[in-house]
Design a protein around this ligand. Structure first.
Ligand code: ASP
Length: 439
């Protein structure tokens, strides 16, 4: 049994948090590879080390003094070293970072030092080997991951090191120049390490006990999700449920390695299991609810539209030409509606409308703004009659006017469009009917 354990920034923000992490790693001998983030916020209003590094480098880039900022970063690590009574000095590393900042080694290099330095401390603290991610994770020239090279070098390195720390978030181009994933990318590193060593489990330790059925900012103490499939997670993540980096599921998904989201501050909680598929029945008919505000619906009408071959394509072409991606396209006999992100659309609206007129000659176009989309997701919905009916009666009782309904053909999700101002009430109504009443 082999486990890869990734710890997020809040799990490593201070010596106290490091101690919790140490206990977690040592309590299970299968936790052989550790992927740390950079130290995160110690308290509300604190600054993550990654952001401090971006800040210091932005000064260096403009030839402004950055030493004070770099010292503040060094102090964050020193606090951890002292708190853990480690006999490690990062003096040499900071000299090197200073030199590289002056030589303008790049923003990615700067940001990556957060994980790099934390990896050195973590390895010393645990007595594990340190593997610099720049020697095992590689990117192609276009900035995308070089999967074959990474898989080869990473698995080779892991074979040689029975217990090791691989810092998250970064790798390098073939020429050795450091490159990072997007923010939160240590989750991807963890997934790559799990794939490369053929782990049995990828544990992702953070500061919440897994995914919640709904956003805790809307529902007070929502229930957590015990097991969720990769597909369900994709649907929820797309609609804004963020715990794990969106791209982190791909490397492990192909290998059938489950991800277990755990809470460093409550290590006895089971957390959420993210799996390929499962015969475990979800506790409720729905697995989760997520949503986003800020959509706009463009209604296009044309008599006998349904018999005009190519009409839909022409309408969508007008969006494509302005590089606007659409979210949903429900249609009727003489109408078609295109949902888009309002912010993207606002600056280009007149060009898109002109394009639709030119390409598709509709009779009439109108728009409805300030809409929210809500995804009700659940593998259990397929086998349960009346799910949609219950959603809509709950919404009617909550006085929410439903603007759009779209059930994916996988029957894994139902998307509902409502006015922005009804968003929270709609989520509460759906949560109550499925979770609180426990039917
Ligand atoms: N430290 C990086 C960030 O703040 C990457 C990570 O934590 O995963 O985005």
């Amino acid at each position: 049994m082999k486990k890869v354990v990734k710890f997020g920034g809040s799990s490593l923000a201070s010596a106290e948090q490091f101690e919790k992490v140490g206990k977690i790693v040592k309590s299970d001998k299968n936790r052989v590879f550790v992927v740390p983030s950079a130290p995160g916020k110690r308290y509300d209003g604190d600054t993550k080390v990654t952001d401090m590094l971006y800040g210091a480098y932005s000064l260096a880039k403009e030839d402004k003094p950055f030493e004070k900022q770099l010292s503040a970063i060094k102090a964050r690590y020193q606090e951890i070293i002292d708190g853990l009574k480690l006999s490690v000095s990062l003096d040499r590393e900071f000299e090197e970072i200073k030199k590289n900042f002056m030589e303008k080694a790049g923003e990615d290099y700067a940001a990556s030092r957060g994980e790099y330095l934390n990896g050195i401390l973590m390895a010393a603290y645990l007595g594990y080997e340190f593997i610099d991610a720049a020697t095992v994770i590689f990117f192609k020239e276009d900035g995308n991951l070089n999967s074959p090279k990474t898989q080869e070098l990473l698995s080779e390195a892991l074979k040689k090191a029975p217990r090791a720390v691989v810092p998250g978030f970064y790798g390098a181009y073939d020429n050795g120049v450091v490159h990072t994933f997007s923010r939160g990318g240590s989750d991807i590193t963890g997934s790559l390490v799990a794939k490369a060593c053929k782990a049995d489990v990828y544990e992702n330790w953070t500061d919440v006990s897994g995914f919640m059925v709904a956003d805790p900012r809307i529902i007070d103490h929502p229930r957590s999700i015990e097991t969720i499939t990769y597909r369900e997670l994709r649907e929820l993540a797309y609609m804004g449920a963020t715990v794990l980096h969106e791209e982190a599921i791909f490397p492990v998904r192909k290998e059938g390695i489950p991800i277990n989201i755990r809470n460093t501050n409550a290590p006895d909680d089971d957390g959420t299991w993210i799996v390929e598929s499962t015969c475990q029945k979800p506790k409720y008919v729905i697995t989760g609810i997520a949503g986003k505000k800020g959509f706009c619906a463009i209604n296009i009408e044309k008599d006998k539209m349904n018999s005009e071959i190519g009409f839909g394509r022409k309408v969508l072409q007008a969006f494509e030409e302005q590089e606007i991606s659409f979210e949903h396209v429900p249609s009727g006999i003489d109408t078609m509606t295109v949902f888009v992100h309002q912010d993207d659309f606002a600056q280009k609206e007149q060009r898109v409308l002109a394009g639709i007129h030119k390409l598709a000659q509709p009779d009439y176009i109108d728009m409805e703004t300030d809409l929210a989309l809500i995804a009700v997701v659940g593998r259990g919905m397929r086998a349960t009659r009346g799910t949609a009916g219950r959603i809509f009666s709950a919404l009617a009782h909550a006085n929410v006017n439903v603007k759009m309904i779209d059930q994916g053909s996988s029957e894994l999700n139902i998307i509902i469009g409502v006015k922005n101002e009804d968003f929270e009430a709609a989520i509460r109504a759906i949560y109550t009917i499925f979770v609180d009443t426990q039917l």
